[in-house]
Ligand binder design. Structure first.
Ligand code: SAM
Length: 255
């Protein structure tokens, strides 16, 4: 691949990913909007509202690769706006201090700043320290557009299983495989032609955005990923799309 990820050892991959996100942190929000034409916001809204945080009472949530705080903020807003819940909490965890700083800055402008409802913790999703993240702790685990950047997906899933309470929920929002050939063609043009140019023009950083596009292409298909989740011990509700299934396609499988 572009960065030769296939040939570098695990630790080196991890530091490459760290460098990518350190370099994109300050421009991340603008680029996210540009790359997805703002659609990532709709996907995140859809993702969080489908989880109905707070519906059955206050929850302890953990948002992995939570950098920008996008998901955490939606969880807390959903619980407050729909269930008058101000006790749900989210631990925002990210391997990258620069990304966490962006999230912290965003939360500073909200009513959740300096409350027990949110914490920012720098840590690796693949090896959450037990003293900070004890087993059987959380009701809800979220990870949005983050798991594909981790060097070992099974390690992430095993840690998720460990920190979740029995009967709790693991969820993931991620770019995936487009099955419609026409949509796939347009999407390829967009990803490989337009996004790297946008990276250069808007962020002055073609390589990092090229990496982001390539990491999407290397990610397993929907059924393969569902199988990995099941292998970690989770009950997935069947290896198919739709209500009660393991996954739901957004925009023909783009997410
Ligand atoms: N969840 C946010 C969102 O949806 O806007 C940020 C997504 S961003 C594309 C991916 C994030 O994954 C980055 O903040 C990066 O630092 C983080 N990340 C990459 N590898 C990680 C790991 N092993 N553990 C925790 N976070 C990681």
């Amino acid at each position: 691949t572009h960065f030769g990820f296939q040939t570098v050892p695990e630790e080196a991959k991890e530091s490459l990913v760290k460098n990518v996100f350190s370099s994109v942190a300050s421009s991340y929000d603008v680029m996210n909007d540009a790359m997805s034409l703002g659609v990532h916001r709709l996907w995140k809204d859809d993702y969080v509202s489908s989880l109905k945080p707070g519906r059955k009472g206050p929850m302890r949530c953990i948002d992995l690769a939570g950098g920008t705080g996008d998901i955490a903020l939606r969880i807390l807003d959903h619980a407050r706006e729909n269930y008058a819940d101000r006790e749900t909490t989210v631990d925002v965890v990210d391997i990258n201090a620069e990304m966490l700083k962006e999230g912290y800055k965003r939360f500073k402008k909200t009513m959740y700043h300096n409350t027990p409802q949110v914490r920012f913790i720098e840590s690796n999703a693949q090896a959450l320290p037990e003293d900070v993240f004890p087993s059987n702790t959380y009701d809800l685990y979220t990870i949005a557009f983050g798991i594909r950047n981790c060097t070992s997906i099974p390690d992430v899933l095993n840690e998720a299983y460990r920190v979740l309470k029995p009967g709790a929920t693991f969820t993931c929002l991620e770019f995936s495989k487009v099955n419609n050939p026409l949509l796939s063609m347009v999407y390829d043009q967009w990803s490989f032609q337009v996004i790297p140019i946008m990276g250069t023009v808007l962020a002055g950083d073609r390589d990092s955005y090229q990496y982001l596009v390539e990491s999407i292409r290397r990610f397993p298909t929907q059924p393969e990923f569902a199988q990995m989740i099941a292998d970690a011990g989770f009950a997935t509700g069947g290896m198919h799309e739709g209500r009660g299934g393991a996954w739901r396609d957004l925009w023909g499988g783009i997410a």
